[in-house]
Design a protein around this ligand. Structure first.
Ligand SMILES: [Fe+2]
Ligand SMILES: [Fe+2]
Length: 422
């Protein structure tokens, strides 16, 4: 016997509309396959574009967006497997109008067009399709999907709130081209029948000619907006020998980790046969390095030093982009990060120094989490470069990483810079 008034307690585990007829499993699985494909392509499109986005704030948001979309993709992969389907149903859309839509998105020119495609066309359509699904499916039989969507929409609402600021910031001179690009992409979306395929399809012969002619290629440079003065060699503007400057020097080094994030994004986009789990790790690695860059920016800002007053290092693109994606990744995950695990010194040493020597609470927090993230990055390198790519041959992976170090030294040899600036 319960000591509650039974008829006052909410029924059906708090789920409303339990008697809605809803959609069938097959219909749901079809939509879920399209959502999975959209999430996957949102991850890849942001990975492909991140390094060429120039605006610093937009670049950082793309770093976050691609990781959150990578997680959504994984959730859809799992869910479709629970609906008498298979994750391969997601990849069926790789030949069809949804694919064409994302190819066009990749061929956006400049920040304004890409922001328009992402925040003005595709993400709003994806969000609307998710809400349409929850409005139509039976919320009791399909509760796992309804719950997934509720959580994803929280992420997408953050992306769209950010996106509104980017769209409002389009230079007046570029508003007309952005509007024309929006109309172009909306027609490609209409040809797909919307993200969920429920709208009437625009016949493909009515589509404007595609901008995309063949595969999208990531440019060989990492873009910065006009506020920044870029530098090819990594010359720290602060002098470690001067009082107070070692701390600022560390902040600057953190801020330049955006280049490591850009490297991860390019590897994620270009590494063809990387399994889902590898894509998820690469996406996370990218977002971690983006955050490390923002740690540096925030720490400098707290000292009254705006990031754009300091040089922005972009030479990293020059000596890593010519390498294959796994080799490029080995420069970061093996040649650089694995060495930072050694103590004394290394990542733990940086944290100890900020805590005990500099006694700087904010940098102590940043370095603490930076160290935690870096431990994971070394594990990603072990998994995807040593175990997966080199089939467990540690020496082969190390040789590949060593080659990137030699290539880096050879690249910076053209600049008269101190050895520790390379
Ligand atoms: Fe980092
Ligand atoms: Fe890292």
């Amino acid at each position: 016997m319960s000591d509650l008034q039974n008829d006052r307690v909410k029924p059906y585990a708090g789920i409303e509309h339990a008697q809605r007829i809803g959609l069938g499993v097959e219909q749901c699985a079809e939509r879920v396959s399209r959502f999975g494909y959209a999430a996957k392509q949102l991850m890849f499109a942001q990975a492909g574009k991140m390094s060429s986005v120039a605006n610093w704030e937009f670049k950082a948001m793309v770093g976050r967006g691609l990781w959150e979309c990578a997680q959504h993709w994984g959730q859809w992969r799992a869910r479709i497997g629970e609906m008498r389907g298979h994750e391969h149903l997601i990849d069926r859309h790789a030949e069809g109008p949804l694919y064409d839509l994302f190819q066009e998105l990749l061929h956006s020119n400049g920040d304004a067009e890409f922001a328009t495609g992402l925040y003005g066309v595709i993400l709003p359509a994806y969000r609307a399709a998710l809400l349409r699904y929850t409005g139509e499916t039976n919320p009791l039989v399909d509760q796992p999907t309804v719950r997934l969507i509720r959580h994803m929409v929280l992420d997408l609402d953050d992306h769209l709130a950010f996106g509104e600021t980017a769209l409002a910031a389009i230079e007046p001179a570029h508003r007309a081209t952005a509007a024309a690009w929006q109309a172009h992409l909306e027609q490609y979306l209409a040809a797909a029948g919307g993200i969920d395929g429920t709208s009437e399809r625009l016949p493909s012969f009515q589509l404007p000619p595609p901008r995309s002619q063949g595969d999208f290629r990531i440019p060989g440079d990492y873009a910065r907006d006009a506020r920044f003065a870029t530098t090819l060699p990594k010359i720290n503007p602060f002098d470690n020998e001067k009082v107070h400057e070692p701390l600022l020097s560390k902040m600057w080094v953190r801020s330049q980790e955006m280049t490591a994030a850009e490297l991860c994004a390019t590897v994620l986009f270009e590494w063809d046969d990387l399994p889902y789990e590898g894509c998820l790790d690469l996406a996370r690695h990218c977002w971690d390095e983006t955050r490390h860059g923002l740690f540096g920016q925030a720490a400098l800002e707290a000292e009254g030093i705006p990031l754009e007053t300091l040089p922005s290092w972009v030479g990293y693109a020059k000596h890593t982009m010519p390498a294959s994606p796994p080799k490029r990744y080995s420069h970061l995950a093996i040649a650089t990060e694995a060495g930072l695990m050694r103590h004394p010194g290394g990542k733990r040493g940086e944290w100890e120094w900020c805590k005990d020597e500099a006694k700087h609470p904010l940098m102590t927090t940043y370095q603490d989490f930076d160290w935690a993230d870096e431990v994971n990055h070394v594990a990603y390198g072990r998994e995807w470069l040593i175990r997966y790519y080199c089939k467990g041959d540690r020496a082969k992976a190390q040789a590949m990483a060593d080659e990137t170090v030699a290539e880096r030294l050879a690249y910076y040899a053209q600049f008269a810079t101190p050895a520790d600036a390379r």
